[in-house]
Design a protein around this ligand. Structure first.
Ligand code: SDX
Length: 430
């Protein structure tokens, strides 16, 4: 990696800062020694201009709407590959040979069951508990079950924990869904592929044979590919920060799930569908566009806008295509929610507010329509996002642990509170 220097003049001091260039994308100014040289911090709430790490996993060009996993365009991976192939790519850095893929599929498949005592955790929840609350709890609970792979300095144990995480998320997600509808848990069936297994655990019932629809399974598998990783987003940064203290990997993933749940992040797919349902019909769109533009109104168009993409989210395009594929397969000729979504997108993309602020549909805008059509309740949408993103969190966590320069993450602050003052007894407080 090449580097040059830049000079920063601050407080009559002049400091030389290294400028490092990556393979592609913006270079960075290395400010790691700035505090030592100037006694000052940088200030960047929300990290809009801050690179927190070096990474080889995912590259996003927000202006061009480009997303690469280990250099491969998302469009090509979604078109030609399957989710477990993408998992292999994100974890190992290369596409697998046929033999490597078969071995990886075999290894993941044989970790799909959870310890049977996990079932008891569900009994403590009310039936109407949000499945994301259940996932935060149950994934965190996994950290209590695997004492044979908690030495994160051992690459072998890190890989076992990674396999277990990728393999058990669908099982736990399906259990969370089954619990919420009062149906018995369905155990994994190892002769099914990863996503077909998940669909069966969600929608099969003991009293009859369940046949996986291959078109829906392929569509959901592609949706998982789209959600697998996304550079240093909020939940991935959460996993990295939690992992930087050496915490148990399952507990770190639980922290990532908690962060993803927020409506500004992964919770946007649930919020976007609720927004489309609230709008209801195309004639009510102008009212909501006006609300989204009103500075005094907290309402935002959910599924629109992105911290990095200032162009169309490439995943949203593939998502839109998948939506039509699923609706056709299910014989849903006209979905009122899709009508509202398509009309809303067309109006927003022509409105100068959205054009000027470069607000485009993101991955969450169409995903809810597809998942609802497949039979998932709105409350499960972010759980499916978490299921898919687990491999990204794990790959980024491993990259951080393996980084020789890795240290505990510990940001500083600009203090604007009270200067030092002496204690006043309650009698003196007046
Ligand atoms: C994901 O980071 C990732 O990579 C995330 C993700 C991933 O794969 O991990 O891609 C997944 O989280 C996608 C984003 C899902 N969230 C939503 O769809 C929620 C709606 N979107 C917004 O909340 C917002 O766009 C964010 C949170 C996504 C981005 O917020 P930023 O980068 O902090 O931008 P901002 O809030 O400063 O907005 C810039 C301007 C503001 O106006 P001004 O103060 O400059 O006048 O655009 C406006 C905002 O008010 N704006 C919107 C808007 N999003 C931004 N106005 C109306 N509707 C919106 N959706």
């Amino acid at each position: 990696m090449s580097s040059t220097t830049s000079t920063l003049n601050v407080d009559s001091k002049s400091v030389e800062l290294a400028v490092k260039a990556g393979t592609i994308g913006p270079s960075v100014v290395d400010i790691s020694k700035l505090y030592g040289q100037t006694g000052m911090f940088t200030y960047d709430p929300g990290f809009t201009s801050t690179a927190a790490c070096e990474s080889k996993i995912t590259y996003i060009d927000g202006d061009e709407g480009i997303l690469l996993y280990r250099g491969y365009p998302i469009e090509q991976l979604a078109e030609h590959g399957d989710f477990l192939e993408t998992c292999y790519l994100l974890l190992y850095g290369e596409l697998p040979t046929a033999a490597q893929k078969a071995d990886f599929d075999y290894r993941v498949t044989r970790h799909t069951m959870v310890h049977d005592q996990m079932n008891r955790f569900f009994q403590g929840f009310r039936r109407d508990a949000h499945p994301m609350a259940i996932m935060v709890a149950c994934v965190g609970a996994l950290s209590a079950f695997y004492h044979d792979s908690t030495d994160i300095s051992d690459p072998q144990q890190r890989m076992i924990a990674s396999m277990r995480m990728i393999a058990k998320m669908p099982t736990l997600a399906a259990m969370a869904y089954k619990y919420s509808i009062g149906q018995p848990f369905v155990y994994p069936q190892n002769d099914l592929d990863y996503t077909s297994n998940f669909l069966r655990m969600c929608f099969a019932v003991p009293c009859e044979e369940y046949k996986v629809n291959p078109v829906l399974s392929r569509a959901l598998d592609r949706i998982f590919i789209l959600h697998a990783d996304h550079e240093q987003n909020a939940s991935t940064s959460t996993v990295r920060l939690a992992g930087s203290s050496g915490a148990n990997p399952f507990a770190c993933i639980a922290a990532g799930i908690a962060c993803l749940w927020g409506p500004a992040h992964g919770g946007a797919n649930e919020a976007a569908l609720k927004m489309l349902e609230e709008i209801g019909t195309p004639d009510r769109i102008p009212h909501y566009i006006a609300k989204a533009k009103d500075k005094n109104d907290p309402f935002r168009l959910m599924g629109f806008g992105h911290r990095v993409y200032k162009n169309y989210d490439p995943r949203a395009r593939i998502m839109q295509k998948t939506t039509h594929e699923v609706l056709n397969e299910l014989g849903i000729k006209d979905d009122p929610l899709l009508d509202v979504a398509v009309e809303l997108e067309q109006i927003a993309l022509k409105d100068e507010y959205f054009v000027e602020k470069k607000l485009y549909p993101n991955i969450d805008f169409y995903s809810g329509i597809t998942l609802k059509a497949m039979g998932f309740p709105t409350s499960m949408f972010t759980v499916l996002f978490a299921l898919a993103r687990t491999v990204g969190w794990i790959a980024q966590w491993s990259e951080m642990i393996e980084d020789p320069s890795q240290r505990i993450g510990r940001p500083r602050q600009l203090y604007i509170g009270s200067p030092k003052r002496d204690y006043v007894t309650v009698a003196q407080r007046g």
